[in-house]
Design a binder for this molecule. Structure first.
Ligand SMILES: *Cc1c(COP(=O)(O)O)cnc(C)c1O
Length: 390
């Protein structure tokens, strides 16, 4: 079977798996820590690398490999390494590709824990990071130093949904011999394929849309074989930030419905954004699908859909925002995203509470800002739940 000509929806369901002699139609799980050999000679050959094959599940596991192959097919990547969480994917990328003394340029509005990892943890080991405005190409350029090795961005960004120009930022990076990583968590390969747009690496928190039902933690790094398949994998098999087979199986099943779920998330989010614009107490709505969004045209050229995250600002401050959140009965009050269940979050007091207040205001994360991860319930029911409080 030549998988090159298949569409994403088909790849998400069919690629990456080799049936066992039992001819199961649903992928098997291999919950085993180690693998046995036919002989002592074979064990020696596997350990020396002379013979390819399973050794130990910290290195490879058949269920995890199926997830890696399937996600690689979707992102159009040569190699994929699955990790225990989204954060360990970002750690594995940095540990695999960078050395003490190297410098990272990252967009400012990245996932809060990624910011803390760059700022507090990597810094202890001699890796420094400069933070720039995702949408301002000249800030990226002026932040470049002699020792800059990596550009890191999330687009669309959380929670204001700004969109970064992956093509232009990658072109700038490559002119200076710098590599580019994109956290593709918000879009998934169904809506955006950063490697095709010029990026060198994609990282994922599989915890979000790839699972899509809020069950398991996991992550992945994707890119070229010589970097991800060798250096990032080399870090993972030694440091042990590996994905377990059960989680890999849950993500595999998640991938099978990814295309249809992402389309439904986009449709519901667009309907919610248009509805919110018309509500009297709503001051502003941020969603790349709205024509009023500053990067709406750019989003149309690099995304095939606008995603499931909508944020909006209501009149008043924290008190009014909390009142609205507490008035909901259907929506989940949590800080996760990418679930079938619609989630309502107050970024300033949760995901962005560690960002200093004046910085928060500067990036638009005001006390009146609310983020929705629009789920797959009926839009009418989500609207009715919010309408009472609005
Ligand atoms: C959640 C998230 C992460 C971290 O993933 P975990 O699986 O929670 O470790 C990284 N980036 C983005 C954009 C996220 O939303």
């Amino acid at each position: 079977m030549n998988y090159d000509d298949l569409d994403l929806a088909t790849l998400a369901i069919r690629s990456g798996y080799t049936q066992t002699p039992e001819m199961e139609n649903s992928e098997a799980i291999f919950p085993t820590s180690s693998f046995a050999y036919e002989s002592a000679e074979q064990a020696a050959a596997r350990f020396s690398g002379e013979e390819l094959g399973n050794v130990y599940s910290r290195f490879t596991n058949p269920t995890v490999r199926t997830f890696e192959h399937r996600l690689a097919a979707l992102e159009g990547a040569e190699s994929c390494v699955a990790t225990s969480s989204g954060m360990s994917a970002i750690l594995a990328l940095c540990m695999g590709m960078l050395e003490a003394g190297d410098h990272i340029v990252a967009s400012r509005s990245i996932f809060g824990t990624t910011f803390v990892m760059f700022e507090n943890i990597l810094k202890k080991f001699g890796l420094t990071t400069s933070f720039v405005d995702l949408t301002n190409l000249s800030e990226w350029e002026s932040a470049i130093q002699e020792n800059t090795k990596l550009f890191f961005m999330e687009t669309p960004a959380n929670p204001m949904t700004e969109v970064g120009d992956i093509r232009a930022i990658s072109e700038l990076a490559h002119k200076h011999g710098i590599e580019v990583a994109v956290d593709n968590c918000f879009c998934t390969p169904i809506l955006q394929r950063p490697l095709e747009l010029g990026a060198d690496y994609v990282v994922h928190s599989a915890t979000k849309y790839l699972d899509g039902q809020g069950r398991c933690l996991g992550g992945a790094v994707l890119g070229k074989k010589e970097t991800v398949g060798e250096k990032v994998y080399g870090f993972l098999r030694t440091a042990g930030v590996s994905m377990g087979p059960f989680n890999a199986w849950v993500f595999l099943k998640g991938l099978e419905t990814l295309e249809i779920r992402m389309k439904a998330h986009c449709e519901n989010a667009m309907a919610m954004a248009n509805w919110l614009v018309a509500q009297p107490n709503v001051k502003a709505v941020h969603y790349p699908g709205l024509e009023s969004h500053p990067q709406h045209e750019l989003a149309k050229t690099q995304q095939s859909g606008f995603g499931g995250i909508v944020s909006f600002e209501i009149e008043g401050g924290r008190e009014e925002a909390f009142k609205l959140i507490n008035s909901t009965q259907l929506l989940s009050i949590t800080a996760n995203l990418g679930d079938t269940k619609t989630i309502i979050t107050h970024p300033a007091s949760t995901t962005h509470s560690r960002v200093p207040a004046e910085r928060r205001d500067a990036i638009g994360v005001t006390e009146g800002l609310i983020r929705l991860s629009v789920g797959l319930e009926s839009v009418k029911d989500i609207q009715n739940d919010l309408a009472k409080g609005l």
